[in-house]
Design a protein around this ligand. Structure first.
Ligand SMILES: Nc1nc2c(ncn2[C@@H]2O[C@H](COP(=O)(O)OP(=O)(O)O)[C@@H](O)[C@H]2O)c(=O)[nH]1
Ligand SMILES: [Mg+2]
Length: 289
């Protein structure tokens, strides 16, 4: 896992950690300004960049790297993961088109199956062509059950039926896939709120998890999506995907700092094992080297 994380973040590390180390070793007179530029370009955001610089001004350059690591780790550790119990535990996955929701459900399904859990997938993306089949393939691959639906069906009704089925079949985990775009006049957020409402009516604790999936390669866009989904739904966690092959790994820290929602997993590839449970310290080490 650690090796996979290190490989996945190679480009982000080049852009952030390796550059910082080079600059700090050179000890140019403009050292702090150069660091500022690298941090900013590393997608950490203006405010965090300023905070870090303020801290660096108080210490000698040989301590810079360690201090930057400490600051990033403390931000990432500063948000608490609150896991709710439930049988089934209901997870709703949200996010715009193409960010990796369906793939992430497949990968998390596999992890849960490895823990011996009974897993049901609910295909509530009733909009996108192929969405149902795509989730079905994942279900077969990882040994999960699945509730399918008709294209154009009401996603709230499908989620409700899937919840009933999960209860009836004694499932441990229900993972609900949703659409990133809709055919109805309903805006996406309203539809997502409706699914949430339908589930809570059945059980006030459900959905136990509302997980936003965002594409890490989109930088600032990922942050904006996190803001609006959190406002609308109250997220319990975030998954950042596609961190393999992007230099924008720093966005993870920026999102956590701005939104205050924990990152739970990161995606580092398209395969079924390319999902890594998020660990602040390991992540920062992989990002900065
Ligand atoms: N490189 C990479 N590709 C990913 C990752 N997660 C998902 N993808 C790919 O992104 C594309 C869209 O994924 P999909 O799950 O269909 O997104 P959805 O529309 O949000 O359900 C697919 O080609 C996935 O294989 C990841 O962590 N890394
Ligand atoms: Mg999908």
């Amino acid at each position: 896992m650690i090796k996979k994380l290190f490989q996945g973040l190679a480009r982000a590390r080049q852009r952030l950690g390796d550059r910082l180390r080079r600059i700090i070793t050179r000890r140019d007179p403009q050292l702090l300004e150069e660091i500022e530029e690298v941090l900013y370009e590393g997608d950490l955001g203006v405010e965090l960049t300023e905070n870090i610089l303020e801290e660096l001004r108080k210490i000698p350059p040989e301590k810079y790297m360690d201090r930057i690591k400490e600051i990033l780790i403390s931000i990432l550790e500063g948000v608490e993961v609150k896991e709710k119990e439930g049988k089934p535990r209901v997870w709703m996955f949200v996010g715009v088109n193409g960010v990796g929701k369906t793939t992430t459900i497949g990968k998390i399904g596999k992890m849960l199956r490895k823990e011996g859990k009974r897993v049901l997938f609910a295909a509530c993306d009733t909009y996108r062509t192929g969405a149902q089949e795509q989730l079905k393939i994942w279900a077969e691959r990882v040994g999960a059950d699945i509730v399918l639906s008709q294209y154009g069906a009401d996603p709230g009704a499908v989620a409700f039926d899937a919840y009933e089925a999960a209860l009836h079949r004694g499932m441990d985990e229900l993972l609900i896939d949703t659409a990133g775009r809709l055919h109805t006049k309903h805006p996406l957020m309203e539809e997502m709120k409706k699914i949430k409402r339908v589930l809570s009516k059945k059980n006030p604790d459900a959905p136990h998890e509302i997980v936003l999936v965002v594409d890490g390669t989109t930088g600032q866009n990922a942050l904006n999506q996190a803001k609006s989904f959190h406002e609308a739904l109250g997220l319990s966690g975030i998954v950042l995907t596609k961190l393999d092959g992007t230099a924008k790994g720093g966005i993870v820290v920026h999102v956590v700092k701005e939104i205050g929602v924990p990152v739970r997993y990161i995606g580092v590839g398209e395969g079924e094992d390319d999902l890594i449970p998020f660990n602040p310290e390991e992540f920062v080490k992989a990002l900065l080297g």
